[in-house]
Design a protein around this ligand. Structure first.
Ligand code: PEP
Ligand code: MG
Length: 798
């Protein structure tokens, strides 16, 4: 360590004024987290003092002053001023003492690593002495694969010069920083060969919702720049943090394959030049990380976050020669940290036209407006304020128009791309990685951009309606009766993570089959038997990259359910096995040839009857396998399994036997099995059902339909579909009384209390244990439950 140069291991995060944020953070990790297994490539940083000494030795202060004053006075252009300053800096000579220090450190690095002329990455880390927190991220340059002392000194000069890129100069002018108040520290770090490996970005929280239970990892082949800039559609992984300490579990809860069409590699042996090339078919099909690597990175993320005490944004790289994983950057994540936790913002979109396009959603907002298609940064002056910006990709030069956009749509990029990060900061809806937006949308077209529907961002034709509502989380009353939520969509679960629920009362598996799996299970098991050629091709395409169709089904289903089970873990999550009707199954891609045509599917092969039928039995086995994996391998033992539409105790016995054959045995590994109370027979023979199941959940939708003989889907009969009809109420009250008499738990998960929060009072009076409602009605129901409980205790006292 000298005044000019400090090894990373001697740096702490408090050294920002001396070496800038990037280098201080690398030092902090090497010195403090090395023992915890976080691997950071070794290296050193030059100090702000060295930068100033270089300027002084070459009298560069005068050049900088003269040129920037001319710029302010309008006597020269930004391009001219920038160019002249950069040239002067690169042409400077090194004060001997600094060159000696850098050379000695480089040779030291060679000795330590046992390599003769080790390749290093040379990165700029800007710092403003008075304002150590200022963010100059991404403005200065990086030089990769530099080897040899002379090349290193040259790269360091270029880093100094990059403090005066046009972009950096205008940033300082806009934000009122003096050009001479900023200094530059150069980080010299042993090169990770991710050019022949992989790299990406990682967050220690869910960036869209701020939910702190997940680590989000993005990755692509080659150098990390493509992911950071959003030039590539990366793979995306999600990990449930609380299970990372248990080595027996594999809590990877999402694995989405990105297109990964390009990668950035080094220009050639010994050349500090990068180029972008197309990836091979095999690379596109494969995930860049295996489960063990995903978990290793996630553990590092958790360690780094715990050390800093705040949510973190990190970059990782895998060396293609050694296979080792490295953390190459870490900084606090700021957007979610700024957002208040007191309210939940809920947005509803009513599209005015058909769906045009989908991509990854960023944020939860929605906007309607006119498309402004801009193909290159040179055309950004054409942008119309308040328009929907449609472009291939964005970089920092685009920020001025992004600030004036109603929404942003890009062809390329993942959730950690430049476009995504800036949109999130601006609170704008953005749909990134659509693949074809610049081809499918045209200038002047009216569209609605919706990020309010979960993970997938959607663009609809026309100007649709958008409603937003703030749901306050203040003053949530305590209740004895559990209030749970009905959740069918994993991304919806994460969005509502701040709701203080008592668990998930109903997760309808069929919704996951249609959204996450998107094919009939029997078609997946036997794609050759799919009659329609288009559907057959689609099913085969889905399975690609998986061992077979059954594995695809089990894998996607267990991960989708895991994302629901994770959000409020360890609170109970009741997952109901599939309850499609035969017409709905037939409508799934590939489904047609596998399903019988029924006159009355609503009272046909539904629920239990289907599971033990000859034709569906093997598909039900897959449902069981997914549930077993979810509970035992991933670790979500909070999952309760529920059987829908079970007409008799005899049917129940058959289904329970099949479940047991497939590894789901009641009572084993803590497994509880519930049954829906939604057919009058469930109420009439409640005592017999109670012998077979651990609990009940009343499905008031089917129970009303079957008690009154009213088709629940008939618009004409809607006025007579009344859950408050005395006959239906009798059914509900009797079901509750009989369950209690048998010592079994009973809840209700039908739509009634969601539509009519006051209905909850009736249920509390009848002695129900839990009520499960749609998340948007949770607060209203919770208050009604509290009021009913107060009435009850008042009545007891008098
Ligand atoms: C019900 O019948 O009330 C119920 C919750 O199930 P589904 O609406 O899915 O039939
Ligand atoms: Mg039902």
């Amino acid at each position: 360590m000298t005044d000019n140069l400090i090894w990373f291991e001697d740096l702490r995060r408090t050294d920002v004024p001396r070496v800038g944020g990037k280098n201080a953070s690398l030092g902090e990790m090497i010195s403090q987290l090395g023992r915890a297994g976080v691997r950071v490539p070794p290296g050193f940083a030059t100090t702000a003092r060295a930068y100033r000494a270089y300027l002084a030795a070459n009298d560069l202060g005068a050049v900088i002053r003269e040129r920037t004053e001319a710029l302010e006075a309008g006597r020269t252009s930004l391009q001219e001023a920038g160019h002249a300053i950069r040239q002067a800096i690169v042409a400077g000579h090194w004060p001997e003492e600094i060159a000696r220090d850098i050379g000695a450190a480089y040779r030291d690095l060679a000795r330590r690593t046992g390599r003769e002329m080790p390749a290093v990455a040379v990165r700029s880390s800007a710092t403003a002495e008075d304002l150590p927190e200022a963010s100059f991220a991404g403005q200065q340059e990086t030089f990769l694969n530099v080897s040899g002392e002379d090349a290193l000194l040259e790269a360091c000069r270029k880093c100094y010069a990059s403090l005066f890129t046009d972009r950096a100069i205008s940033y300082r002018r806009i934000h009122g920083f003096g050009h001479e108040d900023v200094a530059l520290s150069v980080g010299v770090q042993l090169m990770v060969r991710s050019d022949i490996g992989a790299s990406g970005v990682m967050f220690s929280i869910d960036t869209e919702t701020g939910c702190d239970r997940f680590v989000l990892i993005n990755g692509a082949w080659g150098l990390g720049e493509t992911v950071v800039q959003g030039a590539v559609d990366p793979d995306e992984f999600r990990v449930f943090k609380p299970f990372l300490d248990d080595p027996a579990l594999v809590p990877v809860v999402a694995r989405e394959r990105g297109a990964k069409e390009i990668k950035m590699i080094l220009g050639g042996e010994g050349e500090a030049v990068t180029r972008t090339v197309a990836t091979s078919m095999a690379e596109r099909e494969r995930f860049v990380l295996e489960d063990a690597e995903i978990l290793e990175l996630a553990r590092h993320a958790a360690t780094i976050e715990a050390h800093y005490g705040v949510a973190m944004d990190m970059e990782w790289a895998r060396d293609g020669e050694t296979g080792e994983l490295f953390i190459v950057q870490a900084r606090p994540e700021t957007v979610e940290a700024r957002r208040g936790a007191a309210a939940l913002h809920s947005v509803t979109v009513r599209p005015a036209g058909p769906l045009l396009l989908e991509g990854l959603s960023v944020g939860h907002a929605a906007a309607a407006g006119r498309v402004c298609l801009i193909r290159s940064a040179a055309d950004i002056d054409r942008f119309v304020d308040g328009a929907v910006l449609v472009t291939a990709t964005t970089d920092p030069d685009w920020v001025p128009i992004m600030k004036r956009a109603a929404a942003i749509v890009t062809d390329h990029g993942g959730r950690t791309s430049h476009a995504a990060i800036v949109s999130r900061e601006l609170g704008l809806p953005a749909v990134v990685g659509t693949g074809t937006a610049t081809h499918l949308l045209h200038d002047g077209q009216d569209v609605t951009v919706s990020c309010a529907e979960g993970d997938r961002g959607r663009i609809y034709e026309g100007l649709g309606g958008i409603e937003s509502e703030d749901i306050s989380l203040a003053d949530v009353p305590e209740t004895r009766t559990g209030v749970m939520v009905n959740i069918a969509n994993p991304s919806a679960a994460v969005r509502w993570w701040r709701l203080p629920v008592d668990g998930v009362g109903l997760a309808r598996m069929e919704f996951l089959v249609s959204n996450e799996i998107r094919a009939h299970p029997l078609a997946l098991m036997d794609p050759d038997a799919v009659e329609d050629p288009e559907a057959r091709a689609a099913v085969r395409e889905m399975i690609r990259g998986h061992a077979n169709g059954a594995e695809y089904f089990v894998d996607r289903l267990s991960m989708g359910l895991a994302r629901i089970a994770a959000v409020w873990h360890p609170k109970p999550v009741i997952v109901r096995t599939s309850d499609f009707k035969s017409n709905e199954y037939a409508d799934l891609p590939g489904g047609r040839g596998f399903e019988p045509v029924e006159e009355n599917p609503m009272i046909g092969l539904r629920g239990a009857a289907r599971y033990y039928s000859e034709f569906y039995r093997e598909a039900f086995a897959l449902e069981c396998r997914a549930l077993k994996r979810l509970r035992e391998e991933m670790g979500f033992a909070n999952v309760v399994v529920m059987v829908p539409f079970c007409r008799s105790p005899e049917e129940a016995d058959k289904v329970l036997a099949i479940m047991a054959e497939n590894g789901l045995r009641r009572g084993e590994a803590g497994l509880e099995v519930y049954v829906m109370t939604e057919i009058p027979s469930n109420v009439i023979r409640a005592a017999e059902f109670a012998e077979r199941f651990d609990g009940f959940s009343i499905g008031s939708n089917d129970l009303t339909q079957l008690t009154l003989g009213v088709d629940r889907d008939s618009e004409a009969l809607a006025p007579v579909f009344r859950e408050r009809d005395p006959a239906v109420l009798w059914m509900i009250e009797t079901a509750i009384a009989r369950a209690r008499a048998a010592g079994r738990k009973i809840g209700l998960c039908g739509q009634a209390p969601s539509n009519d929060p006051d209905f909850a009072r009736l249920l509390v009076k009848a002695g129900i244990d839990t009520i499960s409602v749609t998340p948007d009605s949770f607060m209203a129901v919770k208050r009604n439950v509290a009021a009913a409980e107060r009435d009850e205790s008042g009545a007891e006292e008098t």
